[in-house]
Design a protein around this ligand. Structure first.
Ligand SMILES: N[C@@H](CCOP(=O)(O)O)C(=O)O
Length: 465
């Protein structure tokens, strides 16, 4: 299995090379050259299997022998051993056709743990084999940061720097990152937005000298291995609800487009995915795109669902690559137009094609609070401000011919106690392992929104061995 860049110029890589590279050298994102496909029989056979077995079957074709099966199985078992629910990703029905998959039982209470617990172990395994070290610079709007830190802390081969937008993540999200004091972790609160943080990360990758000097790698979903690991829970949900013999829809709260792209990938691999609903908050660039075929950038506005306060959704590039018939130069031209002029338009015929699968829906803060309250009263479920957008979007957009839709509950309500309490009157409690989070000491550096200063910091702390 080779991995190719969405911009079409970089060398094709094997799994381990793509894992360590993060972003391709031409600025594109890696994708498998060809989607592996499961037959109906192979999908049917996943039903009733433990979650870790489904992960193994889904990721094996992507790893393609780079890691022997025995070692891969151990990595997978170890990755999910720390989850606090025995089902790992439990499914709950909340009304006739709508289900919720809880993806917040991992160590940092968000869906990011599903991929990052694996990513940390994959890095460790490959780096030890190669005798190499890497520097990770990651950007977070709230959840990726702590999940990445948790996965990479205290690993000898890794130094990790996480940039978050200063004052724009919830206090629990910030403390989950900044109270980790491991020697290899640096937290930076950037005077800017998440998009600024993500732009700086990409700029560091696009500076070939810098990336080679520090051996830069990625924990964000620009890294293919992030998407790969997340595809597994879509298969787990699908087979639990009757796939391949019954089609299935998914509703996903979306910021960087990685999670919903994993659902799309599951469809390309044979899961009968018949509808994907993209949920957004007032930063609704994706919703407007699906509604109109035109992607137009607005300023990022803070919301009650900060993890989705994003205008430039990295993984949209992977979908665009398919929509533009895998033509790397067309992808590059469209994205250059977007970055330079703040807009690009998809041809009407391609827009119609994307609408066969995708729908989109937005909720502003007021609607988000009201929906948290409504579902709490109607079902007893306390949703966080991101998950509730998926549920409301599913209710609003589920098509008549979709027999079951699964909403991805991406974060634990205790990550957003103020919003949840305002909506429901209930303050969700942090799980025991985090009960003293507010007593722990924080350590982070507030920095100007300045790429040169960031690079200097990373270079100055570089370890030679
Ligand atoms: N919503 C994310 C933003 C980064 O997304 P990623 O999937 O590319 O890591 C966050 O919570 O940090």
């Amino acid at each position: 299995m080779k991995y190719i860049s969405t911009r079409g110029q970089a060398d094709a890589l094997n799994f381990d090379e793509a894992l360590l590279a993060g972003l391709a050298r031409d600025g594109g994102l890696y994708l498998p050259e060809k989607w592996p496909e499961f037959s109906a029989e192979e999908i049917r056979d996943m039903a009733g299997k433990p979650y870790t077995e489904i992960v193994f079957r889904v990721v094996k074709p992507f790893i393609d022998g780079v890691i022997p099966d025995k070692d891969l199985k151990e990595i997978i078992e170890d990755s999910y051993a720390g989850f606090r629910h025995t089902a790992i990703a439990p499914l709950k029905q909340i009304n006739g056709r709508i289900w919720v998959m809880e993806l917040f039982h991992g160590p940092t209470l968000a869906f990011k743990d599903f991929a990052l617990q694996m990513l940390g172990r994959l890095f460790d395994y490959i780096l030890k084999k190669r005798g190499e070290r890497i520097t990770i610079v990651g950007a977070t709007s709230g959840d990726t940061g702590s999940a990445a830190i948790e996965a990479c802390r205290d690993r000898d081969q890794i130094d990790i720097y996480i940039l978050h937008p200063h004052g724009r993540v919830s206090e629990v999200q910030r403390r989950q990152m900044t109270t980790v004091t491991s020697h290899n972790v640096t937290n930076i609160a950037l005077e800017g937005t998440f998009d600024d943080c993500q732009d700086h990360v990409k700029a560091m990758f696009n500076d070939q000298n810098f990336r080679d000097t520090v051996n830069l790698s990625a924990v964000n979903s620009i890294n293919w291995a992030r998407i790969m690991s997340q595809i597994a829970y879509y298969f787990a949900a699908g087979v639990a609800l009757g796939a391949p013999d019954r089609p299935i829809g998914f509703s996903v709260p979306t910021g960087n487009f990685g999670n919903v792209f994993a659902a799309y990938a599951a469809g390309r691999m044979g899961l009968p995915v018949s509808q994907l609903v993209v949920g957004s908050n007032r930063n609704d660039i994706l919703t407007r795109f699906f509604e109109t075929g035109s992607m137009t950038m607005n300023p990022v506005e803070p919301s009650l669902s900060p993890s989705m306060d994003i205008q430039v959704s990295s993984n949209f590039e992977r979908l665009l690559f398919d929509l533009l018939d895998r033509d790397g130069s067309a992808v590059e031209a469209a994205l250059n137009a977007f970055r330079e002029g703040g807009n690009f338009d998809l041809e009407p015929e391609r827009h119609q094609r994307v609408l066969r699968l995708f729908d989109a829906y937005r909720l502003d803060d007021e609607q988000t609070l009201s929906m948290i309250s409504d579902y709490y009263v109607k079902t007893g479920e306390l949703f966080d401000p991101h998950s509730v957008i998926a549920v409301a979007a599913a209710e609003a957009k589920i098509r008549d011919d979709v027999p079951a839709m699964v909403c991805m509950a991406t974060a634990h309500p205790a990550k957003f106690p103020d919003a949840v309490c305002k909506a429901s009157g209930v303050t969700p409690e942090l799980p025991e392992h985090m009960a003293d989070l507010f007593d722990r000491e924080e350590k982070y550096t507030v920095m100007d929104n300045d790429l040169t200063k960031l690079k200097d910091l990373v270079l100055s702390r570089r370890r030679n061995s």
